[in-house]
Design a protein around this ligand. Structure first.
Ligand code: PLP
Length: 330
């Protein structure tokens, strides 16, 4: 069955809101998306049925822990991460990147280089500039061509050296729409021993994000950009997350992902993020069967998520062409 737009739209209560008898039209998708009833219900049910802190041996805490584990599992399926313990939830991508930059700073010494880009969102620039300043690191900049709006791989190769310790790069640009070849960028960075931190906030709502295929070390995204609540998610390779220092308080456990999930988390937000992934699973399972074979090598959940993402992408592409052609004709 192809995408059933009216059935999907019916899942979003905010699409029925009317102002002065006019249906509301939402045009600020880059700033954040609307949420489905499923997200609202998961968040409400969390607050009604299992509102508790973690680690308690009583009903609500046990239920809460189970749900948070499910949320980590769902996010791992979304990113095709090998393990849910590699998923770190936080307030938003910016805060996660700031605290994570402090954790990574311990690996660097004065004179080391970090490579940032001229196409990235500030959230993947300022945190790194700050540690560069604090740790006396040299910053190099990867610019993009103003003809193609792409990075040139030759320029990247010239900038990388065995002093480069980190490459922070965007998967897609929220300003230009460019989708970057983060797989090649990761391979090039690794060839000189640098770590790779990918900002996937803008890409993830529009395509399949597979951290194992990209081969990066860390990747961050924001559920509120893909029909979830205001949350941030960071994925990192387990062996690296285990090595580096977590910024947390003393009684916090030193195992993953708790080590990086500072303080009491936004549990209802995680419940909502889980539902945002469930929404994709529902679309993939019931409306995107034609794509299942393409993703047969993945886990059941990832197969449905990627099928949904691909069906949505195909539809969005048609809409985008229509928009671009229409605008050009005016
Ligand atoms: C490409 C990109 N990266 C990072 C961010 C920051 O994300 P957050 O709002 O989760 O901190 C944004 C927000 O708009 C973005 O568009």
């Amino acid at each position: 069955m192809p995408l059933n737009h009216s059935e999907i739209r019916a899942q979003f209560p905010s699409l029925s809101v009317v102002d002065n008898k006019q249906p509301r039209i939402y045009l600020d998708n880059p700033g954040g998306t609307q949420v489905s009833q499923r997200v609202i219900e998961r968040m409400t049910q969390y607050l009604i049925n299992c509102n508790a802190n973690d680690g308690g041996k009583f009903r609500t805490s046990l239920d809460s822990d189970a749900l948070l584990a499910e949320a980590h599992q769902a996010m791992a399926a979304l990113l095709n991460a090998p393990s849910p313990s590699e998923i770190v939830f936080g307030n938003n991508m910016t805060s996660l990147t700031f605290s994570f930059s402090r954790s990574l700073a311990h690996l660097f010494k004065p004179g080391d280089e970090i490579l940032l880009t001229r196409m990235d969102h500030e959230a993947n620039i300022s945190p790194w500039l700050q540690i560069a300043c604090e740790c006396d690191l040299n910053v190099k900049w990867l610019d993009f061509s103003i003809e193609t709006y792409r990075y040139e791989m030759e320029t990247l190769s010239q900038l990388l050296s065995n002093r480069t310790k980190l490459v922070a790069v965007n998967y897609a640009s929220n300003a230009l729409g460019t989708i970057n070849d983060v797989k090649t960028i990761s391979a090039k960075a690794h060839s000189v021993g640098a770590l790779v931190y990918v900002d996937a906030v803008h890409y993830l709502p529009h395509g399949c994000t597979d951290v194992q295929d990209i081969g990066c070390d860390f990747l961050a995204c924001s559920p509120y950009k893909f029909c979830g609540p205001h949350q941030g998610v960071l994925w990192g390779k387990a062996e690296l997350l285990e090595q580096i220092q977590g910024y947390n308080v003393r009684p916090a456990m030193n195992y993953l992902p708790t080590k990086f999930e500072t303080g009491t988390q936004n549990h209802e937000g995680q419940a909502g993020s889980l539902a945002a992934v469930e929404h994709l699973v529902w679309i993939g399972k019931t409306m995107a069967q034609e794509y299942h074979e393409q993703f047969a090598g993945y886990s059941e959940s990832t197969k449905y998520i990627y099928s949904a993402m691909t069906a949505i992408k195909d539809y969005e592409e048609k809409l985008s062409y229509r928009l671009i052609n229409g605008l050009q004709a005016i």
